[in-house]
Design a protein around this ligand. Structure first.
Ligand SMILES: Cc1ncc(COP(=O)(O)O)c(C=O)c1O
Length: 378
């Protein structure tokens, strides 16, 4: 029988939440999508084709996605999918044979080990740094490689902790993978959500023979559009496209047309820059609130949507339960992302400022209102 994944810890936490709970477990920005683009989409939608598109996506959309890579890709190296999630499934299903091993991050996005098992492979966990003060342990990675290792999933900026692999770390990883015939699958869904001056590095800058996955979900606050893609060397595309074809035929054509409008729209760059500023404010508010909790260690990330906080010793057994029972705040326990997350709690600053302020109040940080206002520039 095929592998059926266990229920998602995050979905169960949300499903069992009391009505008055403040949701800091959420993995999607509580932020409006670009209004001008939505208006343009509404004006055009009736005139669009409502039939299937080519399996790999509309040629014009593949072209604009390809042109945004550095170094640029070509349209025939892009397959448009139903979100990054489907791209991850297609890539694992295509590249893994039964018994192959795939290196996955710990802590890491909880879908990875399940997607690898669903493709008949075995996930092998490699340590991801727990915060920006740590360096990636390339020697630990080297020790995990065997003659069955087929691919490595890299997620930078990372879910759950926003860790951004430096270009030098990516180059070391790429060198090791290249010399062992391992394909890198780079999940970059959080790469546009950064708070420093520069966009975090991507694998493609150091090794073009990788698979890159992204989507409009997080960066444009459009998780429901279900629009993502995989960029990969041309020779992999026929197999990816055929697996994708038998799963979904093509990504929803309305979402493809809408994404094309989005990526061509003059308001889009400013939208992204405003969203980064807003998320940075929320990150700072939430960090401020948590930093005052005795014996907690909070290291604000440079990208992504989450704070991965090390909780006080008396919280370590069941941090998310304590957060919910004592303060009615929803969060995700660190060990949902792998054994190295034990003793940590993932809290999302994708939540609205008001929710973060109310969470601060519940955590008995009376000053958080004032701090929230100052940080929000009010
Ligand atoms: C690291 C990571 N990759 C992929 C996804 C899936 O994104 P999409 O909505 O594009 O399918 C998520 C969603 O939470 C994620 O955190």
């Amino acid at each position: 029988m095929s592998f059926i994944p266990p229920p998602s810890a995050i979905r169960s936490i949300m499903a069992n939440a009391p009505n008055n709970a403040i949701n800091l477990a959420i993995g999607e920005p509580v932020y409006p999508p670009p209004t001008e683009v939505l208006r343009a989409v509404a004006e055009k939608v009736a005139y669009w084709s409502h039939g299937y598109s080519p399996n790999a996506g509309l040629p014009a959309l593949r072209e604009i996605i390809a042109s945004q890579y550095e170094p640029t890709a070509s349209a025939d190296e892009i397959c448009v999918t139903c979100g990054a999630q489907e791209a991850l499934y297609v890539v694992c299903h295509t590249l893994l044979d039964r018994g192959d091993q795939a290196l996955v991050p710990n802590p890491g996005f909880l879908a990875y080990p399940n997607l690898v098992r669903m493709a008949g492979g075995s996930p092998i966990e490699y340590p991801m740094p727990l915060h920006s003060g740590e360096r990636f342990d390339i020697e630990a990675l080297r020790r995990l490689i065997s003659n069955r290792t087929r691919l490595m999933i890299v997620n930078s900026p990372s879910n759950p902790n926003g860790y951004c692999l430096k270009e030098s770390e990516l180059a070391e990883i790429a060198g090791l993978c290249a010399s062992n015939g391992i394909i890198i699958v780079s999940d970059e869904v959080y790469r546009e959500l950064y708070f420093g001056k520069q966009r975090p590095s991507g694998v493609r800058a150091v090794w073009q023979d990788c698979v890159t996955i992204s989507s409009v979900s997080k960066m444009f606050s459009m998780t429901g559009w279900r629009l993502g893609w995989a960029a990969a060397p041309r020779h992999m595309m026929p197999a990816f496209t055929r697996v994708h074809q038998y799963l979904t035929t093509c990504a929803p054509v309305i979402s493809q047309q809408a994404t094309l409008t989005l990526l061509q729209h003059p308001a889009t760059p400013e939208y992204l820059s405003d969203m980064r500023k807003e998320l940075k404010k929320r990150r700072d508010m939430l960090s401020w609130v948590l930093r005052n909790l005795p014996e907690w260690h909070v290291n604000p990330p440079n990208a992504g949507l989450f704070l991965f906080a090390q909780v006080a010793p008396d919280w370590q057994e069941s941090p998310a339960e304590i957060m919910l029972e004592k303060y009615q705040i929803l969060s995700v326990p660190g060990n949902a992302f792998g054994s190295r997350g034990r003793g940590f709690l993932r809290l999302s600053f994708a939540a609205a400022q008001d929710a973060i302020k109310r969470a601060g109040e519940r955590l008995n940080q009376a000053d958080s209102y004032a701090a929230g206002d100052i940080l929000a520039g009010k």
